[in-house]
Design a protein around this ligand. Structure first.
Ligand code: CTP
Length: 406
């Protein structure tokens, strides 16, 4: 949602990675942004304005001396319109010009006139990137507030392996979203979110786990980042990429997750326990692979630590107020079970999650939840994507946070 209706000026410079800017452009448009593309003359050697004009359904600007709508000076009106100026890919040449205030084409002139935040995604060969001149230029731009995303490491157009690749579209989008949201309702809040299903080892090759994919927790991390929070994601193993701008802490077992969460309580303002934490673990973990025997195999399980129960116990001794959000994944008696867990774990907000149908809960991209609070209010959300559910939850969390922090 954060991109919806936002004016993004997307600058494209002349490097081989600029074909990837078409994907970025398309994703921005799909997310509801109004995208004005500026191409440098060198970018025209790689792509045509028609590509971006088709994707944005808006004119693409190249000419420094063109007037928009007959009288507007393009560089001034584009600079004024921008909520954020993104340059992807940003070549070493354009980075050097920006660092020194050169304004020799429409993009660099717009950048000089623009007071909106600047997001740069550098892409070039390793030697150009590692050149002290480029590094000094990047440092100068960063010192003036520019957000530098990447570059990534990997195979370059030259065939070499090294630093200089344009980062994935997902990361550039993440950087844009974080930049747009940095003064959002959770600015200044330190938020910890847990995600995924813990794994409790039986032996070196087997473990007990559950069907949690981590998608809900990762979506919450992104929504919180977009609302301006400083986010730490404590995650059990998942197949998901780390969201841009989020600190990721990898754990495996319930005990490791407990240690990671409890060890951070002093520095946490908001805790969102979206992880599916195992309630039981094998009493003994075999050192060698368990061999098949003649009869049945009986496993003895012991209880894991209930992280939220321990948080509730430690909370009164904390020097600051901690907001706690929990989840209840239920297959029956949803409201009744969720309400009693909210009370037992002293939560500020409970997300009651119906995991009994195929389109809601574990593994899928959609979810159906009811939000409950200790005041007895209930808000049943319709089936929606986990990203949308996450935004709803974070909006409720932000309202609680703002109540305490003006
Ligand atoms: N939770 C936790 N530590 C555990 C188990 C769960 O902190 N060892 C958290 C979950 O992250 C979730 C909430 O407690 O936010 C409720 O989890 P759930 O598994 O639904 O509830 P339990 O209290 O474990 O009860 P039950 O499994 O019997 O339904």
């Amino acid at each position: 949602m954060i991109l919806k209706g936002k004016n993004i000026v997307l600058g494209i410079t002349g490097g081989i990675a600029c074909y990837k800017a078409a994907d970025l452009c398309s994703k921005l448009v799909q997310a509801g942004a109004i995208v004005d593309v500026i191409m440098t003359p060198a970018a025209l050697a790689f792509m045509t304005p028609l590509t971006f004009q088709t994707l944005t359904k808006r004119p693409v600007s190249v000419d420094m001396f063109q007037l928009l709508r007959d009288t507007d000076m393009a560089h001034i009106s584009l600079a004024e319109r921008a909520d954020v100026l993104v340059i992807a890919p940003a070549t070493a040449n354009t980075i050097a010009k920006l660092a020194h205030g050169l304004a020799d084409n429409l993009l660099t002139s717009t950048a000089l006139a623009c007071t909106a935040p600047l997001v740069l995604a550098p892409a070039m060969d390793t030697d150009m990137w590692e050149n002290p001149i480029t590094q000094a230029n990047i440092a100068a731009l960063r010192a003036r507030g520019a957000v530098i995303v990447g570059p990534g490491y990997g195979r370059l157009a030259s065939g070499r392996i090294g630093a200089g690749r344009l980062v994935a579209t997902e990361d550039i989008l993440g950087a844009i979203r974080q930049t747009l949201g940095r003064k959002g309702p959770l600015a200044g809040a330190r938020l910890v979110v847990t995600a995924g299903g813990t794994q409790e080892p039986l032996d070196p090759v087997r473990h007990l786990t559950n069907r949690s994919s981590g998608k809900m927790g990762y979506a919450l991390a992104e929504a919180a980042r977009d609302a301006g929070a400083q986010v730490t994601l404590i995650t059990a193993p998942t197949a998901l990429n780390t969201p841009y701008g989020v600190e990721r802490v990898n754990v495996r077992t319930a005990a490791e997750m407990a240690e990671a969460v409890l060890g951070r309580l002093e520095e946490t303002d908001i805790l969102v326990m979206a992880a599916a934490v195992a309630d039981y673990r094998p009493k003994v973990t075999a050192e060698q692979k368990i061999k098949k025997g003649e009869g049945a195999l009986l496993l003895e399980l012991e209880k894991t630590e209930d992280i939220l129960a321990e948080v509730a116990r430690r909370r009164p001794a904390l020097a600051h107020r901690l907001l706690v959000v929990g989840f209840a994944a239920e297959t029956e008696n949803l409201l009744e079970n969720a309400l009693s867990k909210m009370q037992a774990k002293r939560l500020d907000l409970m997300v009651a999650n119906d995991v009994s149908s195929a389109d809601s809960g574990f593994e899928v991209d959609t979810n159906r939840v009811i939000l409950l609070n200790p005041a007895g209010e209930q808000e049943a959300l319709p089936l929606m994507t986990k990203a949308d559910v996450a935004e709803h939850i974070i909006a409720r969390v932000a309202a609680l946070w703002r109540r305490d922090h003006g």
